[in-house]
Design a protein around this ligand. Structure first.
Ligand SMILES: Cc1cc2nc3c(=O)[nH]c(=O)nc-3n(C[C@H](O)[C@H](O)[C@H](O)COP(=O)(O)OP(=O)(O)OC[C@H]3O[C@@H](n4cnc5c(N)ncnc54)[C@H](O)[C@@H]3O)c2cc1C
Length: 387
């Protein structure tokens, strides 16, 4: 075992660059976008210019030639300040571009990745449907082959899809039933649907509890025709593909959750040192100090957990259990830290102009998206060989 737990010089430089960007370019502006439920195009454009959307992809496809650790470091630093911006990057890279990179043909990669890596276009991943989320094997959307033209004809709907309706959304990768196996179970495949394809409708943005400056929509497909060449990977392999994408994505969500948990510490330490009550800073009280120490302990432990899962992924080792543990732990402690941070801020913590109020509203979804806490516990139990 290597005893050096420190980041490489390149990773540390990236972390610092994103930290500075988050503090200087995101923190002063994002509150207003959040209040107006508005997508922050200019911030996303700047993130594209910095190369953040191309972090884990090879340079030959327009990427930065980095790795999944680099992506996660960027996500953690962004989420220390704001989660809407962080989830836009997470969904754009690990759900939008990654399926094309992992399973696409050379032609599909060359067509889509350069513009996804530069942030000129955003990608989305449409798995969840109104009738099924955790149980994604219950997908009802269908894609049938038109025998004459060879095209896929897609019918159905998807819900809660991140990045699917912005002005720069270029594609949504959708899972659809393309046939039945001998035992009657569905054959699920993944198909690229470019934005603007006739019959593909994007609803108005949802009104959400949190992530208010990120784009989340319901999608419907009515006889949507795309070329045969838009199939991603092999027909019938869609289930295995999205399991892989979600396993990786959980590490990214864990880094994002860790960032939120750390942001709660940052904000609360500064507030505890300045807010006066009973003639002294509230941070002079051991009750507040202990809350802060516990919050720091949780954020630190979550960071260790996601970095462990990320290093296993990068080394090509099994990482399913570690990714589930990291996602489960970091999302739950993000909620706890956000609750404690709000408490430390007293009445001001309930005011939207304070970042901790935004963090509180943004924390809950972390226990739900990309696999609920119950699903993570099911995965861990399965890995333990129970049931
Ligand atoms: C803001 C936002 C953004 C999202 N972005 C995307 C996206 O980009 N792409 C996408 O495809 N999806 C996206 N989702 C969907 C998200 O991944 C799902 O909401 C999530 O997987 C849960 O599915 P569900 O909502 O259908 O809940 P359900 O699966 O109906 O679950 C409801 C409850 O039952 C529990 N439950 C279910 N089965 C079991 C079981 N066997 N044992 C114990 N408990 C169980 C669940 O844990 C949960 O608590 C997003 C959701 C939100 C809110």
């Amino acid at each position: 075992m290597s005893l050096d737990h420190r980041l490489s010089a390149e990773h540390e430089e990236l972390r610092r660059t994103v930290e500075e960007f988050a503090q200087k370019a995101v923190a002063p502006k994002i509150g207003e976008f959040y209040e107006r439920h508005e997508f922050p195009y200019e911030i996303v454009r700047q993130m594209g210019e910095m190369g953040l959307f191309g972090l884990p992809f090879p340079e030959e496809y327009g990427g930065m030639g980095g790795d999944y650790l680099a992506l996660c470091l960027a996500l953690e630093e962004l989420a220390r300040v704001d989660s809407s911006v962080a989830i836009t990057l997470e969904a754009g890279v690990s759900l939008g571009a990654m399926p094309v990179f992992r399973f696409g043909t050379e032609e599909q990669k060359r067509e889509w990745l350069p513009r996804l890596c530069s942030g000129e276009l955003l990608g989305a991943f449409g798995l969840t449907e109104p009738e099924c989320g955790s149980d994604a094997g219950g997908t009802r959307t269908t894609a049938e082959r038109d025998e004459k033209t060879g095209e896929w004809v897609i019918n159905g709907s998807k819900c809660f899809i991140t990045n699917s309706g912005t002005d720069i959304t270029g594609l949504v990768t959708v899972t659809a039933v393309t046939g039945r196996k001998d035992d009657g179970s569905p054959r699920i495949s993944t198909i690229i649907v470019p934005s603007g394809t006739p019959g593909f409708t994007v609803a108005a943005p949802y009104s959400k509890v949190g992530w208010n400056a990120s784009d989340t929509r319901e999608l419907s497909f009515s006889d949507v025709r795309v070329p045969a060449a838009n199939l991603l990977g092999e027909e019938g392999r869609g289930y295995a593909q999205f399991l892989r994408i979600l396993d990786e994505g959980r590490i990214a969500i864990s880094a994002l959750a860790t960032g939120l948990a750390q942001g709660c510490v940052d904000e609360s330490v500064s507030y505890a040192n300045t807010r006066q009550a009973f003639g002294k800073p509230i941070g002079a009280n051991q009750a507040i100090q202990f809350k802060l120490a516990d919050m720091e302990m949780r954020a630190h432990t979550a960071r260790v957990a996601w970095r462990d899962a990320a290093s296993r992924l990068i080394l090509g080792e099994p990482f399913k259990k570690q990714a589930a543990l990291a996602k489960l732990y970091s999302s739950e402690i993000a909620v706890t830290n956000a609750r404690e941070a709000t408490q430390i801020h007293g009445g001001y913590g309930f005011m939207n102009e304070y970042p901790v109020a935004r963090m509180w509203r943004d924390s809950k979804i972390l226990e739900i998206g990309e696999g609920t806490s119950e699903v993570q516990r099911m995965l861990v139990a399965r890995e333990l060989g129970v049931g």
